[in-house]
Ligand binder design. Sequence first.
Ligand code: ADP
Length: 414
Amino acid sequence: MYYKQNKRAIYNGLIGVSFVLFLLGQVISDNILFSIFVIIIFVVCGIAIVHKMNQILSQKEQEIVLEKQSQSRQFGLVLAQLRTLITYLPYPMVLVDQTGNIELRNDSFELLLNDANTDELTITSKNIPFPLKRLLNDGYLNEESVTKVITLNTLEYQCISIPVLQKNRYKGSLIVMHDITKLLYQEKVQKRFVADASHELKSPITAIKGMVEILTRQDFDDDITEQDFMEQIKVETERLEVIVNNLLFLSKLNSKTILLNKQPLDIYSVVAECLRTFKLQINEKKIDVEITKTSQEPLIADAASLTTIFNNLIDNVCMYSEASKLVISIDDNTQEKVIKFCDNGIGIHEEDFTRIFERFYRVDDARNRATGGSGLGLNIVKELVEAHGGSIEVESVQNEFTRFIVKLPKLTKS
Ligand code: ADP
């Protein structure tokens, strides 16, 4: 390019040098033909050299242009790949330029807008929900990293606004959002679990401690109270044992240290065996038990787990339901074995349907605490059913019936 711009100067130079050579030729020899000959030789060589240089340089220029074209093609390709990546990333993402225009946004971000059918968007556009608008503004106005948790449509998002700099000059902000609703919920559940576990363990310990303090007083001399306290201490100690055992069992289940020994099982026999364990309570409560089965097919499952599942469900009927009838049915659908436990007891209110499977949740705390349950039974049942790849549901109408439906997949032994 530089050479081309100065082409005229080079040709002028050649003419100038030729004229000087002509004068020199005249001075050295008087022969005009000799001077003209020298000039012609010089001009021809000069033009040839200039032509060659021209060729080399234009070739170089062409190479540079081609390289630039390939670089910009590659850049375009990378940009297109980046756009595709951003578009399909499950995290809402948006790129704001230095004038506040939204240059790039992905599908997940579009879902957060009040009206997604807008091409042009700026950080002040009406269809950006308020908390999001404030976040975009903060990142844009401060020109520095901003981290915030915002709530949008009942979901919690952890948002990071990262300034994009070029040669130390602010060019815009990249905002990445991560849905942390589940994470926060798990954290809340974990905290509640620790608080509930401490509370459940503390209550019997406090009761035992109080009674032991009275019993060990120097002046204590009351045989009837002593007998009563000893019985209560026994009950509370057993309750502590149940809670601790259940907690240990759950922790083993969660850390997957319990191995399921799956083998073909006759569900009817397992249920019948569990009913035998509760014979005393069933007789005491005068519960009429009926088992119906339409399926003979064995189920591949872990016998100990099924026994724990059925024992807990039968135990609850005896403990909580004031039932006079318990109907257990064993049926098949195409992919599952369906076992139902239906009693005609007090029932469960609809709002408690999901909560009864949570750890330590009891419908009627005071009444159920007195029965000695740990509030962990149904949680253990759910974990065991899910460890088999199955599911458990509850259907109930208060003061009419409660039906627990356990569905276990028909698996091949693994
Ligand atoms: P626990 O370990 O104390 O027995 P569960 O987790 O087994 O506790 O039960 C949780 C709650 O579900 C209890 O508060 C109980 O009131 C309720 N429940 C469970 N089964 C029945 C039932 N068959 N009828 C009525 N309420 C029930």
